[in-house]
Design a protein around this ligand. Structure first.
Ligand SMILES: [Mg+2]
Length: 216
């Protein structure tokens, strides 16, 4: 908190806007984070949809304190390039969409961790602007999109982020997209009227359909 939100590197054209979360939407998080934990003698036991309280030391099976969980997440972020891989079809789908829309990544992490994520996305050919911020996503999207009349789409695995965008950018189509990880099966369900994109080809259909309707 208290971070300064810097959007100066995001230059939008006069086209529709597609804003994507990264973890568990573009890059796998739940599965590689479990691999990372196991390598360090810890384990995630999904008993509820949260990390704190569900990460245990393997030896004692005792839950780690919140600060230790936070440190593990931050360590994972630093080594993400050796663990995180993209979801199927995300690279070609976003590349195709970028011929008719601006694509922006919005990742909930402290701005100081932007660099390893930037490198990883670039290496995968996902060279779209990246905003790293722990501020609520709705107000960020409002600032990005402003009062433009172009269609806007937001994709995230976390229901509270979808809700934040619905609250602040009601004209934006929100899509729920999440892996079938054990953890996500315990996640809150998206509200009525929030479509779930089952994979990236399906997301592309929903996004293009929204663009078509907006153009009428
Ligand atoms: Mg996510």
């Amino acid at each position: 908190m208290g971070e300064i939100l810097d959007l100066s590197h995001v230059r939008l054209s006069d086209r529709p806007l597609v804003v994507c979360d990264v973890d568990d939407v573009v890059l796998h998080f739940a599965a590689p984070f479990q691999d990372f934990l196991l390598a360090g003698g810890h384990e995630l036991i999904p008993r509820s949809f949260r990390l704190t309280g569900n990460i245990v030391a393997r030896e004692t099976q005792e839950a780690l304190e919140a600060t230790d969980v936070r440190n593990l997440i931050e360590s994972f972020v630093e080594v993400q390039e050796t663990y995180q891989v993209p979801f199927d079809h995300v690279v070609e789908t976003l590349s195709d969409l970028s011929s008719e829309a601006d694509v922006v990544f919005l990742t909930a992490m402290p701005p100081r961790y932007r660099e390893p994520r930037r490198r990883l996305l670039d290496r995968l050919g996902l060279e779209f602007p990246l905003v790293a911020s722990e501020e609520p996503k709705g107000p960020i999207l409002r600032k990005l999109h402003g009062t433009r009349g172009q269609p806007c789409v937001f994709i995230d695995d976390m229901v509270h982020n979808l809700q934040s965008v619905q609250d602040h950018v009601p004209e934006c189509l929100v899509l729920h997209m999440m892996p079938d990880s054990e953890l996500h099966l315990l996640a809150p369900k998206a509200g009525d009227g929030v479509p779930r994109a089952m994979d990236w080809p399906h997301a592309a259909d929903l996004i293009r359909d929204h663009f078509r309707k907006a153009a009428k």
